[in-house]
Design a protein around this ligand. Structure first.
Ligand code: DGY
Length: 319
């Protein structure tokens, strides 16, 4: 019997390709931009497995062409790029990469919280522009972090890891989640709150929920209006969870103080996006889990899932 085929949609390490080659023929899109849709649709016809990124849409159109496909292994914890129900209907396994990216993503969320509250990127631009002419009492004065209140929306693994970091900053921690997380409460002292209460009381609001039909535009005009004028909003989930026009209004009108954004509705975010014109926005190019070690682990986990399924075993992290 001929070896199965795996298509990998981005260049990964030789180690990961070698893992896949133990069970399959592997072809890789070598470009550093997303594989063109037409090529993906062509490759998928022969593929028994595909290792995808969040830049690939796995939908009905693709699945119709995928006659042999057994597994879609997404190299991300989020999977809003995949029509999971359609995959399940066709018996195609879907896997993601939870756990291995938890601490790196929590580090980035906290770094963004600090950078936004303390105006780090704005201060850096100010210095480089030669505007630093003297020390002055309120020069680049930001918002305190230590001892303030943090609101975490979406208390999954990453939310809990952010809460652990916040405990070190002596923060009072509120969280909003579909269900109560008693273990996280015990470890971090976090307290479950309604969304409105969390928004009203928090100095920092960190959004970490996955993007689903329920969470689309979870943060809109009404929600920003509930926040304190001195509050900082941080989004490390998906751009679609926020009504960006409402966020822009809230920032311009002083309804909230600043925003740290690792994600945008459209990525890469266009340079003429209104949010990028604001001094009180710290914008990052979706690098939540981007450490070399974490990306290596994510790729290895995605490959392990494919090797398992193509060897007739249970995948490690199926949805
Ligand atoms: C994820 O894993 O969902 C991140 O957004 C990409 O690293």
């Amino acid at each position: 019997m001929s070896k199965p085929q795996v298509f990998v949609t981005r260049k990964l390490t030789n180690e990961v390709i070698a893992m896949l080659e133990t069970v399959a023929h592997v072809s890789v899109w070598e470009g550093d931009t997303p594989v063109p849709r037409a090529m993906l649709l062509e490759e998928i016809e022969q593929a028994d497995a595909v290792l995808t990124m969040l830049t690939e849409r796995v939908d009905e159109e693709l699945l119709r062409r995928a006659k042999k496909l057994r597994i879609v292994a997404n190299m991300a914890v989020g999977y809003d790029n995949i029509d999971v129900a359609a995959c399940k209907r066709r018996g195609v396994t879907v896997t993601n990469t939870p756990d291995v990216l938890t601490e790196a993503t929590a580090d980035l969320a906290f770094a963004l919280l600090l950078a936004t509250g303390r105006r780090l990127t704005e201060a850096n631009r100010f210095l480089l522009a030669g505007e630093w002419t003297s020390w002055s009492p309120y020069l680049m004065a930001g918002q305190s972090v230590y001892g303030t209140t943090l609101g975490i929306i979406g208390m999954g693994r990453i939310g809990e890891a952010v809460a652990r970091r916040a405990a070190g900053f002596n923060m009072r921690i509120l969280y909003h989640n579909r269900n109560r997380k008693e273990e996280a409460e015990a470890k971090t002292g976090a307290r479950l709150a309604g969304l409105d209460e969390l928004l009203q009381e928090s100095d920092y609001v960190v959004l970490l929920t996955p993007l689903t039909e329920e969470t689309r535009h979870l943060m809109g005009g009404r929600e920003f209006a509930l926040m304190k004028k001195s509050a900082v909003f941080v989004n490390v989930s998906r751009g679609g969870t926020v009504d960006e026009a409402a966020l822009y209004e809230a920032l311009v009108s002083g309804q909230i103080w600043a925003a740290g954004l690792d994600v945008f509705r459209q990525e890469p975010v266009p340079l003429d996006h209104p949010l990028l014109s604001l001094p009180n926005v710290v914008a990052l190019p979706h690098i939540g889990s981007a450490t070399i070690q974490t990306r290596d682990e994510m790729a290895r986990l995605a490959a392990d899932n494919i090797v398992a399924v193509l060897s007739g075993k249970e995948p490690l992290t199926a949805l």
